[in-house]
Design a protein around this ligand. Structure first.
Ligand SMILES: *[C@@H]1O[C@H](CO)[C@@H](O)[C@H](O)[C@H]1NC(C)=O
Ligand SMILES: *[C@@H]1O[C@H](CO)[C@@H](O)[C@H](O)[C@H]1NC(C)=O
Ligand SMILES: *[C@@H]1O[C@H](CO)[C@@H](O)[C@H](O)[C@H]1NC(C)=O
Ligand SMILES: *[C@@H]1O[C@H](CO)[C@@H](O)[C@H](O)[C@H]1NC(C)=O
Ligand SMILES: *[C@@H]1O[C@H](CO)[C@@H](O)[C@H](O)[C@H]1NC(C)=O
Ligand SMILES: CC(=O)N[C@H]1CO[C@H](CO)[C@@H](O)[C@@H]1O
Length: 364
């Protein structure tokens, strides 16, 4: 296991070396390549949480079993969506911001942290919230300016794509801890706080020169295996989440259209992760899956108890025989195979992605 990670680091270091020596005639990427900066939660996490004290980690087996062959910290049996998008954009694998040996930011970097929300109080202290991810990004822009000079850094940041998966934890967290918090707000008021905080971060990146933003809308969190287990009526979708998801998805699109009008050069893409997953959950066989609702790895009804790997709640857990048959890997996260289908669709398709697909955002 150790060997594999060293080899990966070595390959990455060599790739960086080749690019920094491109004047010697070995360019790996054209000078005008667009980097990928990644923000968000466990859907996009690639290992930041391995570097601070938190139980919100996936750096133990069986996570990573089908692709990397070791647990990288990704909440998946293999890759995450940004891994596929980086590949399609001909970028190297984008490392986590906190990886200590990484000083190469010109292909982008991944700030995402499992458990994170847009609001500061969402799982504060055990995750890197979105506002802190913005501070970390600002720090990266500083080191890019130092390394490349102001002009080239500015150009790089304006070509870059900023990719977000955020919001679900802002709604899940109060249900985990103290649902009465939500009682003080109407659905729309609470959604407005979440969307307001996402907007602040998008605008903060725009101020630093970012122009191309890709966001996922909220997925059907009411029907996650995890939410089904949370439901007092065990096994049914937890419908208390649904109004938030509907309003969030509506408001997100609205606010991005507003920003497009207000901010010169602002371009965006919203991908309907909700519709994509709902289709696969309801009609798994149509998309090559066998099981759309239960998790491959976990325990209890629908595998909804969040203990894949046996490091949380209870040691005993079940692992399915053939992960390719499953839409959900653990109680709250899809499989590598689902992510690959999704990444392909949002990269070059136009059925669930609007107004640009990811390829369109990269071509600028
Ligand atoms: C990590 O956090 C846990 C839970 O808060 C605490 O019990 C433990 O002492 C911490 N470990 C370190 C090394 O700080
Ligand atoms: C900012 O970036 C520098 C250089 O990459 C790093 O040494 C420092 O720890 C970073 N600071 C924060 C607050 O992340
Ligand atoms: C709801 O609001 C009231 C009045 O502002 C406050 O006292 C209370 O702590 C809030 N409840 C929660 C759970 O946040
Ligand atoms: C962001 O969330 C905080 C609560 O964490 C809230 O007080 C604030 O108003 C929100 N910001 C916006 C712009 O909505
Ligand atoms: C695993 O499931 C996939 C998808 O249903 C199927 O194509 C494959 O043949 C299965 N593999 C095994 C070893 O059964
Ligand atoms: C605009 C958008 O994508 N809306 C979706 C948000 O999620 C709900 C499900 O709760 C879908 O019905 C909407 O299509």
């Amino acid at each position: 296991m150790e060997n594999i990670s060293y080899i990966q680091i070595f390959v990455f270091a060599c790739t960086s070396l080749l690019v920094t020596t491109q004047t010697h005639g070995h360019p790996v990427l054209p000078k005008t390549h667009a980097p990928l900066f990644i923000f968000g939660d466990s859907v996009f996490e690639v290992g930041n949480n391995n570097y601070f004290n938190t139980s919100w980690r996936a750096n133990y087996l069986p996570y990573g079993e089908t692709f990397f062959n070791y647990p990288t910290g990704r909440f998946s049996d293999g890759r995450q969506v940004p891994d596929f998008i980086a590949k399609y954009a001909k970028l190297p694998l984008i490392p986590p911001y906190l990886q200590p040996d990484n000083h190469e930011f010109s292909y982008g970097v991944n700030f995402a942290s499992a458990g994170a929300g847009a609001m500061v109080q969402t799982r504060q202290g055990v995750t890197i919230g979105l506002q802190t991810q913005l501070s970390n990004f600002k720090n990266v822009t500083k080191s890019l300016r130092k390394k490349l000079g102001n002009e080239e850094a500015k150009s790089l940041l304006s070509r870059a794509v900023y990719f977000f998966s955020i919001g679900s934890n802002d709604y899940l967290y109060p249900f985990d801890t103290d649902p009465s918090v939500l009682g003080n707000y109407s659905h729309q008021e609470y959604v407005d706080l979440v969307i307001g905080n996402i907007t602040t971060v998008v605008e903060g990146i725009y101020e630093k020169g970012g122009r191309n933003f890709a966001l996922l809308n909220l997925w059907p969190i009411a029907c996650l295996p995890y939410a089904r287990a949370l439901n007092p009526e065990e096994g049914a979708c937890y419908d208390a989440f649904t109004p938030y998801v509907k309003l969030h998805n509506k408001s997100l699109l609205k606010v991005l259209k507003k920003l497009e009008k207000k901010l010169n050069g602002f371009r965006f893409s919203v991908s309907d992760f909700n519709e994509f997953l709902t289709q696969r959950m309801n009609h798994p066989s149509k998309y090559g899956f066998v099981e759309g609702e239960a998790a491959c790895c976990g325990s209890g009804v629908y595998g909804g108890i969040y203990n894949c790997g046996g490091m949380r709640i209870a040691k005993e857990y079940n692992l399915c025989k053939n992960v390719s048959e499953y839409v959900y890997y653990d109680s709250a996260h899809p499989t590598d195979r689902v992510y690959e289908q999704f990444a392909k669709e949002i990269w070059s398709g136009n059925s669930i992605t609007t107004p640009y697909n990811l390829k369109g955002l990269f071509e600028n």
